[in-house]
Design a protein around this ligand. Structure first.
Ligand code: URA
Length: 200
């Protein structure tokens, strides 16, 4: 059994925080085990909780559209979230929920060793850039430890705010070039712990 499959099984059985009580399904993430890009969203919503799959609602349709605009499909990339179970009424994840779930994302990163990590929204951005503001750093790739991270606005935010839609579309267009320029990772180096990043 691969590490990603193991993580998925553990997510579905996880009781580490209270979110497990309200879930229909844990949502570990999905994609090919040799994907070059990992997209990281915030948390499952209603449809994701129902189906146990990430980004299958309105934001997911927009994400698929964005992928299509750069000649890619969701089957080519790995898609996951910071939080693997749906928060009630889609509220923001709590710090203790992020903390309880963080080892899953770290293990997924170590197993996939993506060439590029694209964070969608401020909660996944905060794992790599804890002090940053998304309005200031979106659309600019940066190395965090050995990992190349590209912070973007969340597709759901873009759906609700038409002015952001163009920004997300433009930022997305740069992904192929960034990927092309990203060196092949010779040896995987995990990003520093979120706690450590907060000290910088
Ligand atoms: N929004 C997210 O952040 N993740 C999903 O899986 C769906 C919507």
């Amino acid at each position: 059994m691969s590490e990603l499959t193991k993580v998925a099984a553990e997510v579905r059985a996880c009781t580490a925080c209270l979110l497990h009580r309200g879930r229909t399904n844990g949502v570990p993430g999905e994609g090919p085990e040799d994907a070059q890009i990992m997209f990281i969203g915030e948390a499952p919503g209603f449809h994701e909780d129902q189906q146990g799959r990430p980004f299958v609602g309105a934001a997911g349709r927009f994400l698929e559209e964005l992928l299509g605009s750069i000649g890619m499909s969701r089957e080519q990339v790995y898609i996951t979230n910071v939080i693997k179970c749906r928060p009630p009424a889609n509220r923001d994840p709590l710090p203790e929920e992020v903390a309880a779930c963080s080892h899953f994302l770290d293990r997924q990163l170590a197993a996939l060793q993506p060439r590029l990590v694209v964070t969608l929204g401020r909660f996944s951005m905060a794992r790599f850039f804890p002090r940053a503001r998304i309005s200031q750093i979106h659309g600019r790739p940066r190395r965090v430890g050995g990992l190349l991270c590209y912070p973007l606005y969340h597709p759901a935010a873009a759906l609700h705010q038409p002015s952001l839609r163009r920004v997300v579309e433009e930022d997305f267009q740069r992904i192929p070039k960034i990927l092309e320029q990203a060196e092949q990772i010779a040896e995987y180096e995990p990003p520093p712990e979120a706690e450590q990043l907060r000290l910088f």
